[in-house]
Design a protein around this ligand. Structure first.
Ligand code: CAA
Length: 258
């Protein structure tokens, strides 16, 4: 990951994990178009890197991201946002094959909350605050919040967040099943989890992500069939042979991602 960026930082806490840090501290990591273009580039670069098994996305102590950049949006008109399909490229994160873990501290509001929801796993520090305050700006979520929240926490709670703009604490988000867990040292924990995922066979990890995500799109019968077919397909991999042989031989598996 050699590209130099202006609005994000990229690093490799270890050879198998990419860490992307949103870096507009003065604007509480407001998600401007230039930031998103850089983020998408870094995400796809990490996704294509054979050595990387999982990606961690984080912000600062004060803000994961305080939403879409209101100053950038303020004077936009319908003809502009509609013709240019404003925010359409935000969803690109969800096309990634490798798992993305959001490590959230501080504000995750509006587009920031939506960005976290696009990730595969959310870890939050006790300071995290989630919310969809767009209603206070005379608009509604535009980065997937209304749809992903309903699936994550149900209609009533999603409706409350979208219609009142109320922020919820990390603890409440945890109780609601919106995140995996609350933890101190959230970036460290996320990198640890990403490292653990990276130690597995990449084909099985990608297949696992694909089948879990399919649960959003398919009926139960279709989803179960898709899961079983994908499971069957893994018997064509060397990693399946190695994983099961290693178990029988009482040793650690050495996955080659083949
Ligand atoms: N866009 C642009 N700038 C933002 C911003 C945003 N979303 N959020 C914060 N900032 C800027 C502030 O304007 C301020 O800049 P200046 O110093 O130049 O004035 C700086 O970040 C610090 O912010 P505050 O002084 O407001 O910090 P605070 O600690 O008093 O409050 C906050 C923090 C509660 C998060 C408050 O900044 C806030 O309410 N931000 C807006 C949150 C919001 O409405 N997000 C939704 C955006 S719309 C959206 O995301 C649409 C969508 O679905 C895609």
């Amino acid at each position: 990951m050699s590209t130099q960026y202006e609005h994000i930082l990229t690093s490799r806490p270890n050879p198998s994990v990419a860490l992307i840090t949103l870096n507009r501290p003065k604007a509480l990591n407001a998600l401007s178009t230039p930031l998103f273009l850089e983020l998408n580039k870094a995400l796809f670069e990490a996704d294509a890197d054979q050595a990387i098994g999982a990606i961690v996305l984080t912000g600062s102590e004060k803000a994961f991201a305080a939403g879409a950049d209101i100053k950038e949006m303020k004077d936009k008109e319908f003809s502009d946002v509609y013709k240019n399909n404003f925010l359409a490229n935000w969803g690109e994160l969800s096309r990634l094959r490798k798992p993305v873990i959001a490590a959230v501290s501080g504000y995750a509001l509006g587009g920031g909350c939506e960005l976290a929801l696009m990730c595969d796993i959310i870890l939050a520090s006790p300071t995290a605050k989630f919310g969809q305050p767009e209603i206070n700006l005379g608009v509604i979520p535009g980065g997937g919040g209304s749809q992903r929240l309903v699936r994550a926490i149900g209609k009533s709670r999603a409706m409350e967040l979208v219609l009142t703009g109320r922020m919820v604490s990390a603890q409440e988000a945890d109780q609601w099943g919106m995140i995996s867990r609350v933890t101190d040292n959230v970036v460290e924990e996320a990198v640890k989890m990403a490292t653990e995922i990276s130690s597995k066979g990449q084909i099985a990890v990608q297949a696992g992500k694909e089948v879990v995500n399919a649960a959003y799109e398919l009926t139960l019968a279709e989803g179960l069939r898709f899961e079983r077919r994908t499971f069957h397909g893994l018997f064509a991999t060397k990693d399946q042979e190695e994983g099961m042989t290693a178990f029988v031989e009482k040793r650690k598996a050495n996955f080659t991602h083949l």
